[in-house]
Design a protein around this ligand. Structure first.
Ligand code: ADP
Ligand code: 5GP
Length: 234
């Protein structure tokens, strides 16, 4: 399967380390009628309390997931935190058919696969103000086990190495400011607070240094050093 449009300037790829707030931001964007549509990913991850099938994700088992992969129906797919996640082409076509801008919430592996298939797409990397704030958000959400929260912050650190593959950077510190910056990018009218690429990459470097130097993460590394490699929900 391929995409109908020759240009993909209506596609906005949003990547953010888990817990940064992309779901919160995107749900707020959805409140603007007619602005965006979010491509609903397919996942084998167990449903969290409050999540709705076909709204947050299409929750499927591995057999259903790989049937879509074999059919060639997936733009991209990846194993994330021990479960599979992927974007079906038909989600992009559905939103395009409605005349809305298309948001893809995918991880760095997904963007690596999708970027060649989506020339012209706009890529945005959302970062937390600090990794200690990210840790507070991950633990505050309380929907994942402590082992899973730890895997998520470790993965967050790895994802920072991929920041240079993105065009725009937003720091989700104050929600309203981040939202205004994100809307500016979507409307092709960047907010005057939008970070330059240089400042975005500098912030990213600051986060990496925090990971190395902060006593909080030193202590957590010791605490979790026995490891936890089982898939979420199992
Ligand atoms: P993600 O989708 O990136 O994994 P969520 O949107 O689920 O992240 O947000 C993780 C947690 O952080 C949630 O509890 C959410 O309410 C909180 N959160 C998101 N953005 C902000 C913000 N700007 N300030 C404070 N808390 C936030
Ligand atoms: P969560 O389990 O917290 O909902 O999502 C975990 C991670 O999966 C997030 O980092 C998110 O970006 C990623 N993810 C969600 N949907 C997709 C998808 O369709 N493709 C890829 N590659 N990653 C996804």
């Amino acid at each position: 399967m391929t995409l109908t449009a020759s240009s993909n300037d209506d596609v906005f790829v949003i990547t953010a380390p888990s817990g940064t707030g992309k779901t919160t931001l995107n749900r707020r964007l959805m409140k603007d009628p007619g602005l965006i549509g979010i491509a609903i990913s397919m996942t084998t991850r167990p449903r969290r309390e409050g999540e709705i099938n076909g709204d947050h994700y299409w929750f499927v088992d591995e057999a259903e997931f790989f049937a879509e992969v074999r059919k060639g129906a997936m733009l991209e797919w990846a194993s994330v935190f021990g479960n599979y996640y992927g974007t079906c082409y038909r989600e992009i076509e559905r939103i395009r058919g409605e005349g809305h801008k298309i948001i893809l919430e995918i991880d760095v592996q997904g963007w690596t696969q999708a970027r060649e298939k989506l020339p012209g797409a706009v890529s945005i990397f959302i970062m937390p103000p600090s990794l200690s704030v990210l840790w507070e958000r991950l633990t505050g959400r309380a929907s994942d086990s402590p082992g899973s929260q730890w895997r998520r912050i470790q993965t967050a650190r790895e994802e920072l190495d991929h920041a240079p593959e993105y065009q725009y950077f937003v720091i989700n510190d104050r929600l309203e400011s981040a939202l205004a910056e994100l809307k500016g990018i979507l409307m092709n009218q960047p907010d005057h607070h939008l970070l330059s690429r240089k400042s975005g990459l500098e912030h990213c470097q600051k986060l990496k240094e925090e990971w190395e130097k902060s006593p909080v993460f030193r202590q957590l590394r010791t605490q979790f050093s026995s490891g936890n490699s089982t898939p979420e929900g199992s």
